[in-house]
Write a protein that binds this ligand. Sequence first.
Ligand SMILES: Nc1ncnc2c1ncn2[C@@H]1O[C@H](COP(=O)(O)OP(=O)(O)OP(=O)(O)O)[C@@H](O)[C@H]1O
Ligand SMILES: [Mg+2]
Length: 421
Amino acid sequence: MNVLIIGSGGREHALAWKISQSQEVKKIFIAPGNGGTHLENNIENINLTDIEDLINFAIKQKIDLTVVGPEAPLANGIVDSFKDNNLTIFGPTKAAAQLESSKEFSKEFMARHNIPTAKFATFENSLSAHEYINNNPAPIVIKADGLASGKGVVVAMTDKDAHDAVDAMLSDKLFGNAGTKIIIEEFLVGEEASFIVICDGSTILPLDSSQDHKRLLDNDAGPNTGGMGAYSPAPLVTDEINQKIMDQVITPTIEGMKKEGIEFSGFLYAGIIVDAESNIKTLEFNCRMGDPETQPILFRMQGDLFSVLYKAAKQQLHGIEIKWEDEHAITIVMACKNYPTKPILGNEIELPDTKDKNTFIFHAGTVLKNQKLLTSGGRVLGITAKGETLEIAKNKAYSVLKKVKFDGAQFRTDIGKKALN
Ligand SMILES: Nc1ncnc2c1ncn2[C@@H]1O[C@H](COP(=O)(O)OP(=O)(O)OP(=O)(O)O)[C@@H](O)[C@H]1O
Ligand SMILES: [Mg+2]
């Protein structure tokens, strides 16, 4: 079988790495890939991003399955276009991807189907948004409706921050078209977890839980980022919470979409917040795996990911099970200097020789140029390790991280700390 993976981040390196272990898979192409996928023996980077070009490539290379990593091509309808050309692809259609690509769509959908989420209102006019904040003072949350690479959410702790966020999005067009509409949401208190399932339109196959670290700095300080580290499983997601998420969020979402005439096939990611009384609420949906959650999740997954995704793309997920290693896995993200504001790129990276099967360095923003590995994106590497306990995994990952060298590297020193307390 020939597989095409779309994307260039740490999530896509992890998908390619795991899919490449399948006995059924002969060749993997990744478009465009990164320095790490370039260095893998059985993975070939393809310098294409345009949907038409990718379709022509998939036809010519007889690709049996295409897997889409990031949200942007899904929101642009890559799945619809591949299907129109009779190509097998795993991911949601453009209509289904609205669960992520429009926060207004997703909030109204949740309201229609009684899926627990924060109270909200939508605005296109800044005067009414300011008035709403005057009536609903901070803490309050302001969100751009469209895709903003994880940077379109302001958790405002003061009224001034809330008003400023409204002005930045609606008046100064900080997020362009993604911010011509905004959602203002009730501030929720609790612990967060990421819950991801694979769905073929009707059958739902949950992956093990994980937890991301969105803030740049230790102790959840600093600006939001794409994610600075993750671990799996998340002890917050007990069997009881797991069941609640399935019953109150995931199942009603898949069934609700179906009722509205939109089958959801693909990865469905629910960001969940759990309060002190173990009540859950949905923070958001994503229509793809998380980055960096994918790295620790797939590092613990047993069996053949290709076969699961191929069956899901063919609506044959019924009866399939995934087994997980008992071990805990963790990924520490190393980002470049000045990430996330103005990343400084092009620095040479020195990697240690890791022969230990319990550690792996997934690449994200790296490129191979004249035999040299250089930084090419904000988040550069995901240092991943597994161990009998989260503590062991964490110590292993940090000991590998110490041997990685590039100028201006930034990383958190407290990934996993909350779970360890
Ligand atoms: N109602 C809320 N109350 C408190 N915090 C919130 C709320 N909504 C969002 N947040 C915080 O902001 C973060 C980002 O919000 P959200 O997940 O909606 O944005 P996103 O940009 O789609 O994120 P991602 O990049 O993960 O897709 C959440 O992980 C959470 O920490
Ligand atoms: Mg999101």
